[in-house]
Design a protein around this ligand. Sequence first.
Ligand code: GUN
Length: 291
Amino acid sequence: MSADIIDGKAFAAALRARIAAQTEVFRAAAGRAPGLAVVLVGDDPASAVYVRNKGKATMAAGMAGFEHRLPVDCVQAELLALIDRLNVDPAVDGILVQMPLPRQIDADAVILAIDPAKDVDGFHPDNVGRLAIGMPGFVPCTPQGCLMLLRDRLGDLSGLDAVVIGRSAIVGKPVAQLLTATNCTVTLAHSRTRDLASIVRRADIVVAAVGQPQMVKGAWIKPGATVIDVGINRTEAGIVGDVDFGGAAAVAAAITPVPGGVGPMTIACLLRNTLIAAHIRIGLHIAEGAL
Ligand code: GUN
């Protein structure tokens, strides 16, 4: 193995420490802590773990966490009514409704109901549109985490060839937009892409977000590339990413591990968005470079 391992866990811990420091500054100025409301519908075990981890990280940063649980068979109107209350609750700066939602609930209607100013997931079309046209807004957490790791590793990304594999609204599309905004030449590949191997082969940056265990092979990677693996796939061999880690690490310059790469960045960026939302809501600014 020759690649450097990008330590997302350490980077996220440092970011959370900076957020905690700025949370204290906010608390002194506002007389209250930034507040994050997390809504969990049903009892999917993986979602319950994510929600618990979000709650712990919120407290550790010195923020106020509000957890709301609804039964798996709750009706959509009940969830929308809760969102309406959170939208107008002055103690709540950020609202996150854990996805996926049970079948009887229309996730699009839920996303549309969240006040865009409290949409710390960056899923509301208002924020999606802002990202698309380069206006300030909330950027989805996992894509933001990928970009932070890339900029930390590579500095200026201008002119680099980036291939994003996966076109989801939550990861692939926003990552492609963020990379475009940082002046990369971006290819957004997906399940219908022809000859993916040769497309990946020319990339200086590879972001894999397909949800298929070890789908990206080491032989596809250009020597010296930086590889960001967003995949979290549960297999019999344990949790693996979308990239064949051993094969890719033999040729890449740097690669994120799974776990311990992009994953920890998601929660850190959620706290970052919550802190930003809290400041904007009361007309305060976070010091330049503080985050
Ligand atoms: N489920 C898995 N990841 C996410 C996320 O980033 N936000 C929400 N709301 N649900 C998720």
